[in-house]
Design a protein around this ligand. Structure first.
Ligand SMILES: Cc1cc2nc3c(=O)[nH]c(=O)nc-3n(C[C@H](O)[C@H](O)[C@H](O)COP(=O)(O)OP(=O)(O)OC[C@H]3O[C@@H](n4cnc5c(N)ncnc54)[C@H](O)[C@@H]3O)c2cc1C
Length: 481
């Protein structure tokens, strides 16, 4: 059977290989990771060719909220926020209960600061720090966003920077073949064009920045059965090319059970409902009118919680104050415009919308029917229930409810890499001239869904892009000397 992603030998191509155009560095994928790597290489004076399968690069980066965590950046200092890279690293590791690859946690938390600052100072991408609420597990305001506060805005800023810097970006170039010489060095990449022809380039070093395997149903079933039936909200092109090549390259895969899920994907609109509203006192209610988890633990693990409810669905319930907060997020505004947000004047009306018993719901919202001044829970009871299901405050009518399900956003397992994003073989030795970063490599979330700290995805993409670029530049320079 012909495999889509193959590893081939140089000798198969005979003399024709001598005519392949040559680039010092090849980068597969032009999302946040590939573009960051290309820009950093450009800063280091090394030419790279970025191969992108789509006609217009977008990737999961453009679908994301575009929030990148980083500490001690120029933008954070500008906003007067005191933070430390060590505290940030400790937050990442705490969320993963100590199971995240320690060498990458350290390397990424340091490198992302450099990447964010370099993108701002050298490439004109201005960052703003979100300071209205803390994302679950972060002990400081450190989510960086471009002015639009969207992933599409981030992608557009990166693409403009790449254009200004003169990065060579080849669209409609679906990389499918890696070509090895007799010493097992990667010497070429084959990519398919829209007319189905194959073209090849010679490279001295290759960076895999083609994200993970969220769009590959078979791989998701194999590695992530708990989320296999969920909607995949990431980019269709992230079909596991890196993982599939690794199987023919004697390369190890790590943390394959890790992924970013999200427990608040509006249905049927298909929009992200910001978790900020849960962190500030919103609740999730199932079709029986009951709360079912502690919403403040994290949106990633919430995906599995929601999917395990009757029908795999739930309602996010907020009040007017939280609605105002939510309206600061473009994704939410879009969902609202599409009719996702339902207003209910009372518990009874909300129960009717959900289709549940109103007395059960009244208990769950601590809002006795007919007597708004009364409370089912005393303050002491409210506090004692906090450990399991933190009840930050009582929501006040009118309520606003959004029908949601759990979704898979992106995978966090991938190729095993060292702290320079150098791909490691099964004996733990660096593969001569292959690097991987972003969603193509293992991340910093340990091996399970609950290890994902908000922002780990773009953290790996930007930090990994910078680290891979620096390491590759050293490699190229050492070849030249
Ligand atoms: C709805 C949503 C919200 C999110 N919000 C956030 C957030 O706020 N913060 C955060 O940190 N993370 C978030 N994420 C995760 C984040 O989007 C990813 O972690 C990040 O974009 C990964 O960047 P990347 O460059 O590795 O991959 P991508 O941006 O997906 O780029 C990979 C590129 O490679 C291309 N490609 C793939 N295979 C090939 C091939 N064989 N040949 C050529 N090109 C190829 C793809 O077309 C794509 O353009 C979110 C994800 C989703 C879906």
């Amino acid at each position: 059977m012909n495999k889509l992603y193959q590893v081939r030998r140089l000798q198969e191509f005979g003399n024709s290989a001598s005519e392949w155009p040559e680039f010092p560095v090849g980068i597969i994928g032009s999302g946040a990771c590939g573009l960051t790597a290309a820009l950093m290489l450009q800063d280091l004076g090394v030419e790279a060719l970025v191969l992108e399968r789509d006609g217009v690069a977008s990737g999961s980066t453009a679908l994301s909220s575009g929030f990148v965590p980083a500490a001690q950046t120029v933008a954070q200092k500008r906003a007067g926020i005191q933070d430390s890279i060590e505290v940030f690293a400790s937050d990442v590791q705490s969320k993963a209960h100590g199971t995240a690859a320690p060498h990458l946690v350290q390397a990424y938390c340091h490198a992302v600061q450099k990447a964010i600052d370099a993108l701002e100072l050298n490439h004109g991408i201005e960052w703003h720090v979100l300071d209205q609420f803390l994302y679950p597990g972060h002990s400081q305001y450190r989510m960086h966003a471009v002015k639009e506060k969207t992933g599409a805005g981030l992608m557009s800023a990166l693409l403009s920077a790449a254009e200004r810097a003169g990065v060579t970006l080849l669209n409609h170039a679906h990389a499918q073949e890696l070509v090895l010489d007799a010493q097992d060095c990667i010497v070429g990449v084959g990519f398919r064009r829209p007319d189905q022809s194959m073209e090849y380039v010679r490279v001295q070093a290759l960076i895999l920045a083609c994200n993970g395997f969220g769009a590959n149903e078979q791989l998701v079933r194999e590695y992530l059965p708990a989320i296999a039936n969920a909607f995949y909200a990431g980019h269709h092109g992230n079909d596991g090319a890196a993982v599939l090549w690794s199987k023919d390259l004697d390369v190890d895969l790590k943390d394959m059970g890790a992924y970013q899920g999200h427990g608040s994907w509006a249905i049927p609109q298909g929009s992200l409902i910001t978790w900020a509203i849960m962190m500030q006192g919103g609740v999730q209610i199932n079709s029986e009118g009951k709360r079912f988890h502690n919403e403040t633990l994290g949106y990633s693990e919430a995906a599995v919680e929601v999917l395990s409810q009757p029908g795999g669905q739930a309602w996010a319930v907020i009040d007017s104050e939280l609605l105002e907060l939510a309206r600061g997020f473009p994704d939410f505004v879009q969902a609202e415009q599409l009719g996702a947000v339902k207003r209910c004047e009372s518990v009874t009306e909300l129960a009717k919308l959900i289709g549940c018993d109103h007395e059960v719901l009244a208990h769950e919202l601590n809002w006795p029917l007919g007597d708004p001044a009364a409370s089912f829970l005393s303050d002491a009871e409210r506090e004692s229930s906090a450990a399991e299901r933190i009840f930050k405050r009582r929501l006040t009518p009118p309520f606003y409810a959004i029908h949601v399900t759990g979704a898979l956003f992106h995978t966090q397992g991938g190729l095993n890499i060292d702290c320079e994003c150098h791909v490691l073989n099964s004996s733990g030795q660096p593969f001569k001239n292959l690097w991987a970063a972003g969603g193509a490599a293992r991340g910093v979330s340990g091996g399970a869904v609950w290890g994902y700290l908000s922002g780990n995805g773009l953290l790996s993409a930007l930090a990994g892009g910078l680290i891979a670029a620096q390491s590759v530049a050293q490699h190229i320079q050492s070849q030249e000397n």
